[in-house]
Structure formats: structure tokens, C-alpha cells
Design a protein around this ligand. Structure first.
Ligand SMILES: Cc1cc2nc3c(=O)[nH]c(=O)nc-3n(C[C@H](O)[C@H](O)[C@H](O)COP(=O)(O)OP(=O)(O)OC[C@H]3O[C@@H](n4cnc5c(N)ncnc54)[C@H](O)[C@@H]3O)c2cc1C
Length: 442
């Protein structure tokens, strides 16, 4: 049997693409390696019925493609952890600080440097950062070195390091300035990463519900446990070979796979530059721990659950159900968790750090989950990590198609977020249908 389109991967990107293709009357099949849909969004139900998010979770007001899709699917958008009451926490080498860890003078200098960053971000086109007259220079400069050259002192650099180690997208000492300018330009170039803009909202039913609802609509057009091993692309017809040897045929292929696992697939019939650009991309090796307590015990110390740390925990924040906290550990620190004898020990390591920040009550969660997304064979990462020089190495082929081979996925947007998955997924479907990319409704 031959399909119109085979979509590789049933994450948000692949499902968004397949849904639009199916709605347009295409005969589409999604092949998914795992025994579940959603990819980097996944949810679990606790013994007491609370639903927790183990992967992607948060969105923001400028992320129109994701918000629009959630609305189409009948889901509810609500405010996220940014509304929680209490103080932020900083887990510094020197100890725990509540409230701003910087003194007013340091904060004022940070604000001055941020104003310069905002002005520079406004000069970058997020769709085409390569056209910037200083693209190569900006890409070959680390965010940290630029902060110093813009008058920032070591406290300003440390503040950004706390933030980026919390976001788990790599240290600012190695993060491409151009990539960060591009990312903030996509959010409206308001300054440094603004948690409200990027993370101020969430789907009340749980972010994984977005994937689950699309999969419900697609029904048996999604095939689970189908591991793609080879793809042959031809204007006259493409083939997709699965583990076990089964070969499927289609007029076109949409790759909706993360950049890491895509490297493991043998692809023929696609130009070398296109494949090299895809292979150049890097995804941050990070893990997420989700710990559930009977109540928001961090409130007992006046904290809101949001923490940035210089220990094992990069950041923590609260989820929708009361008493649930998320923890990210990023590329610079995950080695400690990966070297733990087992998952239980890794969870205990994280709980100990949580206890240092919020008190001993954190040592005994009712339930705790550990997902090492960075080494999961079907993800091999978390969000995009743009090291110094990587934007130019990936080049302007980033996110482009080579019909009948179409490319989507969060990594094919400015950074690896759910917005990017939906935006590029729907754009890939439109391209395969010969239509212009949909304009996200604001
Ligand atoms: C811990 C964590 C926290 C995050 N937090 C946020 C957040 O708060 N906000 C936000 O916007 N984003 C967040 N993200 C990122 C966001 O979840 C992802 O960018 C997005 O879900 C990726 O969607 P995708 O469809 O592009 O890729 P994926 O979800 O990775 O989907 C790709 C699919 O391809 C499948 N696949 C891989 N290899 C094969 C193969 N060989 N054959 C067949 N199928 C294959 C995978 O199993 C997967 O289902 C987070 C991610 C993680 C891991």
C-alpha cells in the first residue's frame, strides 16, 4: 500500500503536520518508535489522581501557533507558576537566598546591560539571522563574553549563568550570542529571556493533552512501535523502512524527528548540504525530575517554588496540581545524575538539593519521576543547544524542505520549544500540500 505522506515521529510536530494533512484529504500515516504518542511531552497520573507533566510543560502569550492549536482542540489556557505567591530562591555556592540575590547596584548594572541586549536583539531577524551584517561575529561570540564587553561585571555574568543553567540550554560561556538574540527577537526583543513571555501560560488539562487529542483525531493513522531505520527519497516515490524490514511507500515524507535520533537514520535521495545542516544541530542533554508532595511545602519558608541553583538543580518551579514541583538538570551537571547507580539514587540526589533550598520536608516526596531525556534514544536531548558558531554551521538551510522530503520539529524553529514543533509541523503540512505556511492567528 502506498500513502500520500508518511510522517516520521508522533510528537507535537508530527501530529500537527499529520492532522492538517488528514484534514486536507491526504492519505497520511505517522510512524512512531515509542509505544506512546507525544515524544518530549508526556504526562503521568499519580496514585491520588493528580496529573503531572514529565516533559514540555509551559507556553507564553506570543506562542500563537501552540495557543491556536490548543484552542482548536478545545483545551483551556491558564496562568502558570509565574502567578505563584512567595519569593524566588537562589541556591548559591554561598548558601540559599530568597528574593533577588543581587544587591540594587548589581541589579541596576544588569538592567543597563539588558537594555543593550534588547537593542541588539531588535536588529536580528528571527526567521533569517544569517542576513545580519555581523552574523558570523555575533555567532562566534559567547553570551558571557558579550555581557563583559557590554560593561557587565562578574555578578551580571553570574546572574545570566544562573538563568541559563536553570533553563538547561548550556552555559552562557559557550552559548552563541546570535542564537540568543534570535530567540529573544522571536519573543519580541524585550530583553533577556522573560519568564512571563516564554513560560507564563500552560494548558490546564496538561500539555501532553495537546498530543493526546490530536492522536485521538488521527486514530489508526498513527502506528506505534514503528522504528524508522531507512528513508529513500525520490520525486517518483519514497520508501520508509522500519526495524524488522517492513517497507512502506509514499509520495512524500515529513521528518518530524528530533535532530539526535534523525542522525541514526540512513537517508538517501536528499542533498548532502541539507543532511549536513540537519546533522549539525545539537540538542541539550538534560533531565527532568518531578516530585509530588501532599501540599506546597515550600510555602512554609516563604518560597514560591521557583529556584535557580548552582548545585545539581538548575531550576525548579511548580506545576498545576498543588504540591508538585519540576526540576531541570542541564548539560553541565547531568553527568552526576547519569553516574548514579540507579534512578532511585538520582531522585534522592535531587531531593537532597530540594531539601537544602526548601527544607527537609522535600526529602520524602510521595512520588518522584526521573526522565533522562538527554540520553533517551528517541529524544537524545531536551531543547536546542546553540553553542558558539553553531548558527552559522547549521546555516540558512535550517528548517527548510527539499520536496518530497519535508522537515519539521521544534529543533527546526529558533529553539526547541512546543511552539516550534506546532509552527513547523503545520508549515510542513502546508508545504507538502503546496499551500503557503499558515499565519498564526494572534
Ligand atoms: C524535560 C523537558 C521540558 C520541556 N519544557 C518545555 C516547556 O516548558 N515549554 C516548551 O515549549 N517546550 C518544552 N520542552 C521542549 C518541547 O517539549 C519539545 O520541543 C517538543 O515537545 C518537541 O516536539 P517535536 O514533535 O518536535 O519532537 P518530539 O516530541 O521529540 O517528537 C519526535 C518523535 O519522534 C519519535 N522518534 C524518534 N526516533 C524515531 C525513529 N527512529 N522512528 C520513529 N519515530 C522516532 C520520538 O519517539 C518522538 O515521539 C521541554 C522538553 C523536555 C524534554
Amino acid at each position: 500500500m502506498s500513502y500520500d505522506v508518511i510522517v516520521l515521529g508522533a510528537g507535537l510536530a508530527g501530529l500537527s503536520a499529520a492532522r492538517d494533512l488528514a484534514d486536507a484529504g491526504s492519505d497520511v500515516l505517522v510512524v512512531e518508535a515509542r509505544d506512546r504518542v507525544g515524544g518530549r511531552v508526556e504526562q503521568a497520573t499519580l496514585d491520588d489522581g493528580r496529573v503531572v507533566q514529565l516533559g514540555g510543560e509551559l507556553t507564553g502569550s506570543f506562542q500563537y501557533a501552540y495557543l491556536g492549536l490548543a484552542e482548536e482542540l478545545g483545551l483551556t489556557i491558564e496562568s502558570s507558576y509565574v502567578e505563584a505567591t512567595g519569593q524566588d530562591s537562589y541556591h548559591l555556592i554561598e548558601g540559599v537566598v530568597r528574593g533577588d540575590w543581587m544587591n540594587p547596584g548589581q541589579r541596576a548594572l544588569a538592567d543597563e546591560v539588558e537594555a543593550k541586549f534588547r537593542d541588539l536583539a531588535a536588529t536580528v531577524d528571527p526567521e533569517d539571522p544569517w542576513s545580519h551584517p555581523d552574523a558570523a561575529i555575533l555567532d562566534n561570540t559567547s553570551l558571557a563574553n558579550w555581557l563583559r564587553s557590554a560593561g557587565g561585571d562578574e555578578a551580571v555574568v553570574r546572574d545570566r549563568a544562573l538563568f541559563h543553567l536553570g533553563l538547561a540550554d548550556g552555559s552562557p560561556e559557550r552559548l552563541s550570542l546570535l542564537a540568543e538574540l534570535r530567540k529573544q527577537a522571536a519573543a519580541g526583543a524585550g530583553g533577556f529571556y522573560d519568564e512571563n513571555a516564554w513560560e507564563g501560560l500552560r494548558v490546564a488539562e496538561g500539555s501532553a493533552s495537546v498530543a493526546l487529542r490530536m492522536a485521538e483525531q488521527l486514530g489508526d493513522r498513527v502506528r506505534l512501535g514503528a522504528i524508522v531505520e531507512r528513508v529513500s527519497v525520490n520525486p517518483g516515490g519514497c520508501t520508509v523502512t522500519l526495524a524488522g524490514g517492513e517497507t512502506l511507500a509514499a509520495a512524500a515524507v515529513v521528518s518530524a524527528m528530533p535532530v539526535g535520533p534523525l542522525r541514526d537514520i540512513e537517508i538517501t535521495g536528499v542533498s548532502k548540504p541539507r543532511l549536513e545542516s540537519l546533522a549539525r544541530q545539537r540538542s541539550a542533554v538534560a533531565s527532568k525530575v518531578v516530585a509530588a508532595y501532599p501540599s506546597a511545602i515550600w510555602e512554609q519558608v516563604g518560597a514560591n517554588g521557583l529556584a535557580y541553583g548552582e548545585g545539581l538543580i538548575g531550576s525548579s518551579w511548580t506545576q498545576a496540581p498543588t504540591g508538585v514541583i519540576s526540576v531541570l538538570t542541564g548539560p553541565e551537571r547531568i553527568g552526576v545524575l547519569l553516574a548514579a547507580p540507579d534512578d532511585q539514587s538520582a531522585c534522592a540526589d535531587v531531593a537532597r538539593d530540594l531539601a537544602e533550598i526548601f527544607g527537609d520536608g522535600m526529602l520524602s516526596p510521595q512520588q518522584i519521576f526521573y526522565r533522562a531525556w538527554g540520553i533517551d534514544p528517541w529524544s537524545k536531548g531536551y531543547i536546542t543547544q546553540w553553542r558558539v558558531g553553531d548558527v552559522m554551521r547549521v546555516g540558512p538551510l535550517h528548517g527548510t524542505h527539499e520536496p518530497p522530503f519535508y522537515v519539521c520539529g521544534s529543533d527546526q524553529w529558533v529553539c526547541g520549544y512546543m511552539e516550534g514543533a506546532v509552527r513547523t509541523g503545520r508549515a510542513a503540512a502546508a508545504a507538502a500540500l503546496g499551500r503557503p505556511a499558515p499565519e498564526p492567528v494572534q
